[in-house]
Design a binder for this molecule. Structure first.
Ligand code: ATP
Length: 352
């Protein structure tokens, strides 16, 4: 059952298009990340869902009820922003229970609820501390508890972890994911950090520099089957090889042919395509080995980063990067001739 639906949402600020023709169907209880480069419209989309800005056109529905023009304070959504905006003059407990006070909930109930939420975010006993007495990570947890105080229908987070150092950030990512799973609250997180999106989400919404949604899928699906060249390049790293369809199972790259299991039906002979192959799927063998799905070139650079080895091969102007574990390291050295093997199952064909 779909919970949140965005129908043909378009947002323009003067002549600037911030979000272009967005259609989304986000199921209940999922952890969703809006991922994309700076300026692609992630925050705008989140603010439209929150009711902080109105769309230029389009509709937003929650559980089949239209909320496009419902004011933010009537949407019952919890929000955490990058600038946590905690109230410095209030205690931790008062911050957490603030929205309940606004809703005229009595003091004893507020304190009980705040204590329960502080347990949930692992701040038991912090109720009467002042905000200035907390570390960055603890303040983050207070902001999360405060957003959850109203039992929100949607939990919206705009890069809330970006100010934290790398280690704390990873811990908070795990905690947040665990908390969301325990509560089952539908959550949307805006991030430009693909690792964050890939490790936390059920669904990733990838937005591009054209302010459109390019793909909505599970992290694994997005990695294995990118919808287009932008997604293939933006998520992880990929070898993007330009070629031409030359048969129902064949693509020509330069003068070499690539035989694949099956090409998408929409591609007819002569169509220009891009083949995406992940570096870890590429095999390198020393010397020149003839055959289909093989390119030849010289090893231009080897980068050993301990846990993995990257080998750069120049195949007549086509740059190929392969990645292997130290144990599976191909027996080649810089300057050697080598054969690059592109396994059919690892080749994803994209329209150029
Ligand atoms: P970042 O990762 O840098 O925060 P983003 O993907 O969240 O970027 P948005 O903040 O949604 O991007 O902005 C999308 C586009 O809309 C940008 O070009 C931005 O300059 C523009 N924009 C956003 N808000 C406004 C506004 N209030 N007035 C004018 N232009 C705006």
């Amino acid at each position: 059952m779909a919970e949140l639906i965005l129908e043909d949402i378009h947002k323009q600020f003067g002549s600037v298009v911030a979000a272009r023709d967005v259609n989304l169907n986000l199921p209940k209880g999922q952890f969703v990340c809006f991922l994309g480069p700076s300026g692609c419209g992630k925050t705008t989309l989140l603010r439209l869902i929150a009711g902080l800005v109105n769309p230029t056109r389009g509709r937003i529905l929650l559980d089949t009820k239209e909320i496009t023009h419902t004011p933010a304070h009537k949407r019952n959504f919890g929000m955490v922003f990058q600038s946590l905006a905690l109230f410095p003059h209030l205690t931790v407990g008062e911050n957490v229970a603030y929205s309940l006070k606004v809703r005229h909930v009595d003091k004893a109930t507020r304190r009980k609820r705040a204590a329960k939420l502080l347990d949930l975010v692992q701040l038991t006993g912090f109720m009467d501390r002042h905000i200035s007495q907390l570390s960055g990570g603890q303040q983050q947890r207070v902001a999360i508890a405060r957003a959850l105080a109203i039992d929100p229908q949607l939990f919206l987070l705009d890069e809330p972890l970006s100010a934290l150092d790398a280690k704390l950030r990873e811990n908070m990512q795990l905690e947040l994911r665990e908390l969301q799973q325990r509560l089952g609250v539908t959550t949307i997180l805006v991030t430009h950090d693909q690792r964050e999106a890939m490790t936390m989400s059920d669904l990733v919404v990838v937005m591009g520099p054209d302010n459109r949604v390019h793909q909505v899928d599970s992290p694994l699906e997005i990695y294995r089957n990118p919808a287009d060249t932008f997604v293939a390049d933006f998520i992880g790293s990929s070898n993007l090889l330009k070629g031409l369809c030359s048969g129902p199972h064949e693509i020509t790259i330069g003068e070499k042919s690539l035989v694949l299991e099956e090409l998408p039906e929409i591609l007819s002979s002569g169509t220009q395509v891009t083949v995406s192959v992940r570096p870890e799927d590429i095999h390198i063998v020393p010397g020149v080995e003839e055959g289909d799905n093989r390119l030849h070139g010289s090893v231009s650079f080897i980068r050993d980063v301990g846990s993995s080895v990257e080998i750069y091969i120049d195949c007549n102007g086509i740059q190929i990067i392969s990645q292997s574990t130290p144990k599976g390291r191909p027996a080649v050295r810089q300057g050697d001739m080598a054969t690059v093997l592109l396994p059919p199952a690892a080749c994803v064909v994209l329209k150029s």
